[in-house]
Design a protein. Sequence first.
Length: 163
Amino acid sequence: AQMVVQSPGCGLLYGRDDLLDRLWPCVASSGWDNKAGLRSARFMMIGTNGRSTIDGMIAGVRFFKSLGEQTVYERIHHLARLVMKQAQRRSYLEVVTPDDSRFFQAMVSMRFKPEKLEALWPALRKKKISVLAGQRVRLSLQIHTRPSDIEQFFQVCDRILGG
């Protein structure tokens, strides 16, 4: 499954029919476990169905269609490749994602080698870079991710971890 072209809190989830029963929604609402009755619609339980969320999703679909699926996938994969190249140059990082395009699309997983990372998380937050603090992180690239966003992430890491 892959999330594409979403504004925060909404998006499209493409998943094979035979795998839908293995997926769990992040935000549980009424009917989230009605696998037989709702099938993939159970992932659309978004509480009050706020108009802005629905409008944002529709705008995302229109944007995606105007660009074309192949263009979107090529861009996010190119950005993921940039992340891999940047991460591979840093001695404090180990790239966990295999360096083979068949095994990834828009996400790159890496592990910080240093044990002490306490100073890194506030420095990233100060630059409005949201991460789940931990030894291992996964960067998820979107159509709207700029190469300068990637550079900024690595600049902060370099400053704190001595790259």
